[in-house]
Design a protein around this ligand. Sequence first.
Ligand SMILES: [Fe+2]
Ligand SMILES: [Fe+2]
Length: 287
Amino acid sequence: MAPDTDLETIDKIIDMLGELPAAPIILNKVLKLTSDLRSNIDDISRYISADQTLTAKVLSLSNSPIYGRINAISSLSEAIKVLGFNQVKSIIITASTFRIFQSVAQSNIAHILWEHSLATALGARLIVEKYGELDKEEAYLCGLLHDIGKLVLLQTIPNSYEEVVEKAKESNLSFIQVEGKVLGFNHVNVGHELLTKWQFPDNLISQISAHHSTKINKKEYSMNLARVTAIADSIAKYIGAGFFEAYQALGDSVIFIGNKFIDEDDLISLRNGTETHFNAEMNSFYK
Ligand SMILES: [Fe+2]
Ligand SMILES: [Fe+2]
């Protein structure tokens, strides 16, 4: 975590967020409505239905080919019945997160960040589907929000953050390193503060905050969401959903998920699967 002085700066940035805090109302609502399934389905349907744009986006995503439905889903309650509450929860969170990304004026960088976040989320879900142990929708959520701090910085200090992007492009340094040099703190610090303010579950915040601290070429005792996010991040960059870090992703030839080694065939299949899902999802967003 950053020293106290940096935390004050980060707090100031969060305070400057402008319209960003509007979306978490839905995110928080959705996150909290998970324990009592029966009453929650009605509750959440009513809540989302009041927002027509969001409902339309949720339905269009529910009909994405990645869920493999033959018959079209035409209502929110049907989506929940057919896809399950957790899946629909992820879809709602995706639609509302997309809205946050769209609200940022620096649209080029925000668009790349959105692609990167979505690809990381889809990759993280596929990793857990294949290797088990964790909750795949939690993994998806970690992937979706792992770099949310970058978006906050882009929104609040656009000129400095464009400088960060330029410097990262020109140098061989990672974003974390350039952010540290230019700003004195990084997107992980900012993301941590933001998600804490949003009252996200603590375990997800700490796993998201560790996405740059895990070394994917080292064995771990067991699998965790930070590691899954880091591998999915690397896969996203590899398939071109990121800035210009494909070279870094290419270097990741030794990868452990927890204590399991991913061989080249498995890695290729994860990359291909992520790319297929990513392309299908991008179509659902922009059609
Ligand atoms: Fe990151
Ligand atoms: Fe990332």
